[in-house]
Design a protein around this ligand. Structure first.
Ligand SMILES: [Zn+2]
Length: 428
C-alpha cells in the first residue's frame, strides 16, 4: 500500500504538523516526519479534520435517481469532506426491509467514495401504523443502528414507545422528524410575522416542540435513546436542554441552513428557500448557534435533500421541500460558528465527525487524528473565500440556497481509509 505524507497541516486547527498515512491507517503524527518515499501533500497551513460524518442525508436511490443516486450523492459527500453518510429511508421502495438497506449499503461500498450507513424506516412504508422489521435491518449486512421515518413524524405515541423499546435491545436510536401533523396541515412556511404578511399557511414552532417534549419523556420512560432531527426553534433548544439536565438520553442535530437563513427570505417567493422544517426567525438562529456551541445541540447534519429543477423551479405552493447541503455544509459552519468565534476547529471536528459517528455508531469514523487510527481525513483551506457555483456540484441536483453567495472555506482533499477521494478540489 502507498504512503502519503501530509506536510504542515493544522490538525484540528492546532499548530502545523505532519501526518503520515500508510495504507488505510494513520502511521504517525508529528513535526518534520521523514518523507521516506511517501507521496507528499503540502498542506501549507490548511486545517486537517477527521473525515466528516453526516447523520442525515437523502441519497434518493432507489426510486428517485433523477434527483440523486448513491454514486452522485457519495461523490457530493466526498467533495464536501465527508467519509460517512447515513442515508435516509424515504426512498421508493422505502428502506423498511433488510433487502432495501442492504442494496443501499452495497452500492455505497461498490462506489467507494464514502461509507454509506442506511437508516431504516421506523414504520412500514413510513405510514406510521406498523413497526418495520427493525431487528432484521439491524442484523442485516447493513447493520442498521439508526431508524427514522424522516419526512414524516412518528406521530403515534404508542408506535414511538414500541420503537424506542425495540432499539434499546441493541443500543439503536430512533431519529425523530418532530412535526405534529395536525398542527402543520397546509403549512408552507414558519408561522409568524412574515407568514401573516404574505398570507401563507403558518408552521408553528409548537408543532415541533410538542413532539420533542413528548419524545424526550417517552425516551426517559423507556430508558432508550432518541435523536431529534433538524432542530429549528429556540423553544426546541430549551426542551432538549431541560431533558439533558434530567439525564434523558437525547441527542439533537441542526442543519447548516437553520444556522444561517431566516424566514425573511421567503418574501422572495423563491422556492429554493422552501424547506422542512421551515426557515425560522433571527431569534431562533441565534438560539441554535448558541446551543450548538454549548453542546445542547450535539451535531450538524445536512438534511441534504436533492430535487430536480422541475420540482423546485415552480410556484411556491407546488414546490418540493428541501435543499442540497453536502457540498456547502462546512463552509456554512465556518461562516456561522468559526468566523463568529462560537466554535474552534476542534469543536467543528466534534460536532461534524466525533459526535455524529458516536450517535450512529459508525465504526472507524469520528476517530482522533492520531497514529493507529483509520485514515479518514479531510483537508480544508480555511483562508479561501468564494461564491457558491452550483454548476460545479457533484450532486445531481442544484437546489442550493447559496448560489452566488460568498462563503469561506474549501475542502481540497478527502481520504477514505487512506484512499484519496478528493485531490486539490477534484474528485478522483
Ligand atoms: Zn426531516
Amino acid at each position: 500500500m502507498s504512503k502519503i505524507l501530509i506536510r504542515g497541516a493544522k490538525v484540528l486547527g492546532g499548530e502545523p504538523q505532519d501526518v503520515l498515512i500508510d495504507g488505510a491507517t494513520i502511521a504517525a503524527v508529528g513535526r518534520d516526519l521523514p518523507a521516506d518515499g511517501a507521496e507528499i501533500v503540502e498542506a501549507g497551513g490548511k486545517v486537517l479534520l477527521p473525515g466528516l460524518v453526516d447523520l442525515h442525508t437523502h441519497l434518493r436511490e432507489p426510486g428517485r435517481e433523477d434527483s440523486e443516486t448513491v454514486l452522485t450523492g457519495t461523490r457530493a459527500a466526498a467533495s464536501g469532506g465527508y467519509t460517512a453518510v447515513f442515508a435516509m429511508a424515504n426512498t421508493f421502495p422505502v428502506a423498511d426491509t433488510a433487502g432495501v438497506v442492504e442494496q443501499v449499503w452495497r452500492l455505497g461500498k461498490e462506489h467507494g467514495y464514502c461509507d454509506v450507513r442506511p437508516i431504516g424506516a421506523v414504520t412500514v412504508g413510513l405510514e406510521g401504523h406498523k413497526l418495520a422489521e427493525l431487528g432484521a435491518m439491524h442484523e442485516s449486512a447493513a447493520g442498521v443502528t439508526v431508524f427514522s421515518d424522516d419526512g414524516k413524524c412518528v406521530h403515534d405515541a404508542v408506535i414511538m414507545r414500541r420503537a424506542l423499546e425495540y432499539v434499546k435491545a441493541f443500543d439503536g436510536v430512533v431519529a425523530q422528524h418532530a412535526q405534529e401533523p395536525r398542527l402543520t396541515e397546509g403549512a408552507e412556511m414558519n408561522e409568524g410575522v412574515v407568514s401573516a404578511e404574505l398570507g401563507l399557511g403558518g408552521w408553528p414552532a409548537v408543532a415541533e416542540e410538542s413532539i420533542i417534549a413528548r419524545d424526550v419523556l417517552l425516551a426517559e420512560h423507556v430508558g432508550s435513546r432518541v435523536h431529534i432531527c433538524h432542530l429549528s426553534t429556540a423553544g426546541s433548544v430549551e426542551i432538549v436542554r431541560w431533558a439533558k439536565s434530567r439525564g434523558i438520553r437525547v441527542t439533537a442535530e441542526v442543519t447548516p441552513h437553520h444556522l444561517l437563513l431566516t424566514d425573511e427570505l421567503v418574501r422572495t417567493y423563491d422556492p429554493v428557500y422552501k424547506v422542512n422544517p421551515p426557515l425560522r426567525t433571527e431569534r431562533d438562529v441565534t438560539a441554535l448557534r448558541e446551543a450548538l456551541a454549548d453542546g445542547t445541540i450535539d451535531i450538524v447534519a445536512t438534511d441534504h435533500a436533492p430535487h430536480p429543477h422541475e420540482d423546485k423551479d415552480c410556484e411556491w405552493a407546488a414546490a418540493a421541500m428541501g435543499m442540497v447541503g453536502l457540498e456547502t455544509a462546512l463552509s456554512v459552519v465556518q461562516e456561522t460558528m468559526v468566523d463568529t468565534g462560537l466554535l474552534d476547529w476542534a469543536g467543528v471536528a466534534d460536532r461534524m465527525s466525533f459526535q455524529p459517528a458516536r450517535i450512529g455508531r459508525a465504526e472507524g469514523h469520528g476517530r482522533p487524528v492520531s497514529a493507529g487510527e483509520p485514515a479518514n481525513l479531510t483537508l480544508v483551506d480555511t483562508a479561501y473565500r468564494g461564491s457558491v457555483d452550483p454548476a460545479g456540484f457533484a450532486s445531481r441536483s442544484r437546489n442550493t440556497p447559496y448560489e452566488g453567495r460568498e462563503l469561506p472555506g474549501r475542502v481540497t482533499h478527502t481520504w477514505l481509509r487512506g484512499k484519496a477521494t478528493l485531490v486539490d478540489g477534484k474528485l478522483t
